[in-house]
Design a protein around this ligand. Structure first.
Ligand code: AMP
Length: 313
């Protein structure tokens, strides 16, 4: 089993959905990612929190055996994000972003983490993402996440980071915004010409599309899965990051980066995201068991299975 280095935000989130509200709940891109990935592989977290970060929240990371050597604790307040979702839970409206201790964060990768084979660059300033890459040795797979905040605020810098990574995981609106192209296939072709060989597009409750370039073949290969049909969805916050956690976690767990493994990883990512949205904050992932993960993977197989036409005749 290989290990994963993850760098991203650890946050306190205030979230409002049509079904309820939470204030200052544990969140952040690296948090959802790490907890989801810890079901499959060893996770080493690099992030920064303020003096207000609670012991109970630290214990949650420890209970999942997440390595916290790279978690900096500094004076000041932990990153805060507040957002609201309407009935269309695919669309988060950011109400407030307070970088706080993140404003002066410079990721320091501990010596022991520099030879990690899998790197996940969570949703943070693309310049910081490059600082991480300059400190790691030669990972087998580098996966990048970002969001509209950075696409509109730091476009050029983000393109520089993109040139250095293998896989980009973003949602459909971000794909269109980044490529400045409304058609997802054309957008994928454009983004894949900038560096990554794989683009994973999260489409909220509608599922995931993966595009890969297999040079010298000019055609992109595409793979798509639906979202798991859930009756109870409470809070989509962290769905993207728990998806990425299941996706990269599985690849590191089996230590493979081929297309077959990536397709299975898409399902594990979708499984983790589908659990995450069932309760607020980390509440569902906290109580999740690996048996439940395996069962939902099987349900995904049933959901997407159909027979070849020839077999009918
Ligand atoms: P998602 O998986 O896309 O729903 O990500 C949700 C998490 O991203 C929340 O827990 C937020 O704390 C975090 N977040 C929101 N905005 C930012 C930002 N600008 N930089 C880093 N993290 C953010």
């Amino acid at each position: 089993m290989a290990s994963i280095l993850v760098v991203g935000s650890v946050a306190y989130d205030s979230v409002e959905t049509p079904f309820g509200k939470v204030d200052h709940a544990l969140g952040g891109s690296a948090t959802f990612f790490s907890v989801a990935a810890s079901f499959f592989a060893e996770v080493k977290l690099v992030a920064c929190v303020g003096g207000d970060f609670s012991q109970d929240d630290l214990k949650l990371f420890q209970s999942r055996n997440i390595d916290l050597t790279g978690l900096q604790r500094v004076d000041g307040k932990t990153f805060r994000w507040s957002g609201r979702y309407g009935y269309d839970l695919n669309d988060a409206e950011t109400l407030d972003t307070q970088l706080n201790v993140f404003a002066d964060f410079h990721p320091q990768i501990p010596e022991a983490h520099r030879d990690c084979d899998y790197v996940f660059l969570g949703n943070i300033d693309p310049a910081l993402q490059r600082q991480v890459l300059s400190q790691v040795k030669s990972p087998k797979l580098i996966v990048l996440d970002t969001m509209n905040f950075w696409i509109s605020g730091t476009y050029k810098s983000l393109k520089q980071t993109l040139a250095l990574v293998n896989v980009l995981v973003i949602n459909d609106a971000e794909t269109r915004q980044l490529a400045q192209e409304p058609n997802l296939v054309k957008a994928a072709r454009k983004i894949l010409s900038w560096g990554p060989h794989t683009l994973v597009i999260k489409r909220g409750e509608y599922g995931v599309l993966m595009f890969q370039k297999n040079s010298p073949d000019p055609e992109l290969s595409a793979f798509g899965v639906p979202g798991y049909p859930l009756e109870e969805v409470f809070d989509p916050t962290g769905a993207g990051d728990s998806f990425a956690g299941g996706f990269v976690g599985y690849l590191a767990g089996v230590d493979r980066q081929d297309t077959r493994a990536m397709r299975q990883a898409i399902i594990f990512g979708s499984v983790m995201a589908s659990f995450n949205v069932e309760k607020f904050s980390l509440n569902r992932l906290k109580e999740l068991t690996f048996t439940e993960v395996g069962l939902r993977y099987k349900e995904f197989r049933r959901l997407t299975h159909f027979d070849d036409l020839e077999e009918e005749y």
